[in-house]
Write a protein that binds this ligand. Sequence first.
Ligand SMILES: [Zn+2]
Length: 198
Amino acid sequence: MAGGPEIERLIQLLAKLPGLGPRSARRAALHLLNRREQVMAPLAAALAAAATAIRPCGICGNLDTGDPCAICADDRRDAGVICVVESVADLWAIERTRSFTGRYHVLGGLLSALDGVRPEDLSIAALVARGRSPDVAEIILAMNATVEGQSTAHYLADRLEGSNARISRLAHGVPIGGELDYIDEGTLTAALSARRQV
Ligand SMILES: [Zn+2]
């Protein structure tokens, strides 16, 4: 490879980013190197700052500079409603709708026999513990409408049995196989407001 080991390393790391293959990683590396002052230096500084300042919230698993995160720390948000999501990307998708005023719980993935993801690999014990609180009136299982999303929701409904909270799931509007992060905000708002008890 022309350009030396530093460039090779940069390309290898960029190629690990979602959506970037080796070809686009090479283009991104060249873009950075050609715009050292405008793009590369500020990006390097932003990455370093994010790596030290941002961490998962000890309550819900959201990523933020504070622990608890801004959502868990916000008294105006209803602590009695917990929306369970696969990932922070899905939390962001629901926040973009501006139609949900409760709190969240980020699982950190979905159960998958194929990929070897077991219940203990996800933030399920912490969710069950939160669900036991008498203050929690409703738990919304907002998993993707995929096979793994739905079997994870089913498993969670079983594990949450015995909590006082009502357990509900997203309703109409989430297309089969649909991922929350890709659904438009109006559809997601409708799915959230038309949720049904399980
Ligand atoms: Zn939080």
